[in-house]
Each structure stands twice: as C-alpha cells, then as structure tokens.
Ligand binder design. Sequence first.
Ligand code: F6R
Length: 616
Amino acid sequence: MCGIVGYVGKLKAAPLILEGLKRLEYRGYDSAGVMVCQDGKFVLVKKAGRVANLEKEAAKVRLTGHFGMGHTRWATHGGVTDANAHPHISSDGQIALIHNGVIENYISMKKFLLTKGYQFVSETDTEVLGNLLAYHYAKEPANAEESRFVSAVRKTLLHVEGTYGIVVMALDAPGELVTARKGSPLILGIGDGESLVASDVSAIVSRTQSVVYLNDGEIAHLTPSSFSITTLAAGEVSPVIDKVTWSITDAELNGYTHFMEKEIFEQPAALENAMRGRFSEDGSTANFGGLNITPAEFRNMDRFMFCACGTALHACMVTEHLIERFARVPVECDYASEFRYRNMPLFSNTLFFVMSQSGETIDTLAAMREAKRKGYKVLAINNVVGSTIAREADGGIYQHVGPEVGVASTKAFTSQLLIGGLLSLYIARMRDMSFSDGVQFVQALKGAPDHVRTVLMQAEHIKGIAKRYAKYRDMLFLGRLSLFPIALEGALKLKEISYIHAEGYPAAEMKHGPIALISEECPAVFFVSSGEMFHKVINSMQEIKARGGRIIAIATESCQLPDGLADEVIIIPECHEAVLPIVATIPVQLLSYYIAVELKRDVDKPRNLAKSVTVE
Ligand code: F6R
C-alpha cells in the first residue's frame, strides 16, 4: 500500500527520500512524489508510475533543500494520475501533506472548504485534508506553550473520520515535520542531527537503527535535532526508542534476480532462525518467551481460534490440522475480513490467535480488536517487530525471519507453518502426547531446514517443468488433509505472480465441480504423500488422467506412483506430518516463480497487489 518517507537534517533531502521510496516499492503503488522546502518555497515533483519515472523527472529540477518528504500512492480516491499523486499542497500554498489511509468524511469537509474559498486540483481525500490543515493553521494564534503547527494539526485531526498516517510541512516552518497516525503505521527514525519518518522501517534503516513506533492517536513533531510526541488530546507521551535488529543488507538482493527468489532460497536459514531457542531444555516440547499467558492458563483453553488473510490464513489452516491431530483440541479458522463483521459466537475458554507477516493488515488488526473488545486474549504470530498487531496483542510469537520484500510471501509462510508445528507440539504435550513422542516431534522439526535444502536442490528440474507449463491459462492444485491448505497456497502463489488462473481444492472435492474444467488445457498439480490418503489421491489422479488432463505430482519419496500416471514428478523427502507441509510448499513456490519469470512478469511487484494491505 502507500508509502511515506520524511526527512529533516543536514543532508540534501531529495536523494535520501527517493532512496527510501525505492525501498518501499515492494509494498505496491501506482504513483510517486517527492517534495523539498528550499529558498522559502515548496518544490514538488510527482508522477504516475514507478519511482524510476519520478527519479528521471526529479533529475530535471534543482532539489537542494534539506527538509522534505516523499510518497508512493496506491490509488483509493481518484484515478492514477500525476495530479492525484502526493504530496498535495494546500490552495493557499502554506501546507504540504502526504497521507496513507482513507478520510471517510472528506466530502462534507470539501463542501465546507469550498465555501471558504479553498480550491482543489485533484480528486483525492488527501487534498481535502491538506486544505483543512491550512484553514486551521491560518486561524491558529501564536501559543507560547505549543508550536502553532502541532496545534493546528491536532485541531484538524479532531474533525477527521477514517484512517491516516500523515506527514505535514508548513512553508513558514521549513525545518519541521509534523506527523500523526490513526490506523496507518508510522515510525520515527532518530539520527545524528537528522530526523526521519516512514511508514516502514526499511525506508530509513540505512540512516538509523534507532526508531520510535508511533501509536494510534499520537502526533510527533520532528526537527533535525529533536522530537516530541503528544496525543490527540494534548497529553504528553514518553517515547521509547527501539533498536532495529536487522540491517539494510538484509533487505538487498545480494546477487539474486528477485527478492522472491532470494527469499525462497533463504528458507533453510529462516526456519533455523524461527526455531532458535524455541525448544525446551529436556527436548520434548516447545518453548515460547512472549506468550504472556501462563502454561496453566494455556492448559485451560478448550478451543483455539485463528484469524488471518491470504497466505497467512493458509498457515492457520495447517496449524488447525496439526493442533486437532496432535493435541485433539478443536480449532476454528476464519478470514479476518469476515470474522470482524460476522459476530461469530465464541466459546468462553477460547484463546484467540492472529497471524500476520507484516502485522499491519487492516482486516487482521480489526479482527484482533474485535476479539479483544469481546474480552478474549489475543496472541499474534507475526514477523515485523514493533508492528501494530505485535504491539496491540496480549502476547505472541515472532517469526524472526528478517524482512520479507517480495510481495508473494514465501519464507514468512514456511516459518508460520513451523510455528504452527511448534504450537501444536506445545499444546499436545500439555495433554496426551508422551515424552518420547514429544522428543521425536522436536527432532522432526529440527530436521525441517535440511529437508528444505534437499528440495531446493531440485530447482533446475522444477525450472524445466515451469518452462513446459507456462503456456497454460488455468491450473488446479489438489491435496488432502494438511496438504489441502498447501494446494490453496500453490494456487495463490501461481495466480498472484504469473496471472494464470489457478484454484486449490481438497483432491476428492474435485469431483463435485472443478473436474468440469479438466481437459488437455488445464493441468493439475497433485500433492501425494505415503500413508492413509495415498490410494485415495491416486484415484483422484486417475480420474484426471482419464479426462486427458496433464498431471504434475509432488510426491514423497516412498510413493510408488503407477507408471505413466504423472506427466511430471517432483520428489520430496519423506518426513513428519508437521514438517511435510513446509517441505511440500517449496516446489510450488519454485514452480510459480519460474513460470512468472518465463512469462516475464514483474515478480516482486505484481500488478494490483500490495505487500501489506492497510486499507479495507
Ligand atoms: C500472498 C500474500 C498475502 C498475505 C496477506 C496477509 O503471497 O502475501 O496473501 O499473506 O495479505 O498479509 P500479512 O501476513 O502481512 O497479514
């Protein structure tokens, strides 16, 4: 979604802002802008399209100011045009604004401002907010206790309904930025003689690792040498400075062509990081530091509820399977976007979990807030440290896989699966699972990174398959039990980065409709594992074959597939039920990636998609 960068300091602002905007490109956007304050003027360049476009335009203009801001816009109100891109300057020329989020009452504000003579050149809600700020700023008396600028922002925001992360500059206060949030993340960067603000740490981590996470309802005032935070109600806030634990090289390609490729190949190390320190000393169960609920409280839970969106929901579905299978406790999963509105009846002893790589997905955040309003404790499984979900949850488990830049989630997903496995072990050991079964489970989880390495070694083989299958326009992904969510994930990966239509189904469900799609033109990817479902999955494959469909089988090594049944076979290691979904994911990630590369798609920035969906 939209990205924000602001800078006040000793260096030229524009190159730093453009660099920050490039680091935010992965979040998804359709236009970009940069503005500095210099020689008593706002100098603004904004363009529809990529940051590279903006950079070319910016090179034609003299941008020397040391104070400025930039934005990547993902259109909500108004089309993708230069005029609708941010920053927006108020019609009296005094205020400049960038904004993430949606101002719901902008129409009534606009009517009011038109009666006061303000003019509009864009179709955006942001420009309305900018003019309202200018209106309040013009009326603001000099106040000894607080800056006029902060006071005007506060008064304006009291009239706003909706969500925002904003950065504001005033022409007569050039070395100052005022920034505020409600529902849209903002992080302050505290540097040496410089201050920054961004919607995502990755935009500022090259300048400083000292950050302050702004909370909803807070307003920050930044100058090159100071920062202060107050609430919307003018209360003082004592800020906590956090240290970012990763550096900018973690968010660079380091020799790979795409971030998605890098993140696929990083998975063995990512899994090791996600499991480090997470086993009990006796080696028979899992160990979590930040649950903030006692083992006794945990033991008392009769049910678990999981909410998430997209890929993270698929990880929840695997977790549901594992907890029910090993701990025999009922689990429910729901789309966060549905849960937040459907007023679902919940049992009293239910522990609520949300899963979110970014920790900023608005639907997941809203589902969490709804569960908390109903009096449930909510734990978050989350990757981005300091994210809104992490901070508002009662406790949780960090994924610790470092920044995930590719829009298509890969290493975050497999680490969520691993944490799901750890969680099911933890809950199972509190119930019927024996010590020795626990030890075996732990050993199996520890073996996951090596199994993933083994599958990654087949990358060239999978690339060959991808070249042969990139021509198809439809594909089915079919699996059973814990591999059904992996079928959903395979279909999602393929469609989001290659734009090939794909669907995931439980293999046996195929007969109830999707089989009508089967022809030579619609191949099917089957997940086949040894064990109770083996023959049933083979039957489903036969049904496809009988109708002329081509088959790619992702099969564990001991599966004896009937001769000629599969057109392509990818062998994966035989492994524990909690590890199998992780290992089975790797071939579909690689297949989708290589198909997208073959089709020359923009793998890391697929059309219409955003890394973290912060608007409803
Ligand atoms: C797909 C993908 C999305 C996200 C979803 C939730 O590859 O990445 O489906 O999984 O938008 O995002 P988080 O996990 O950040 O809440």
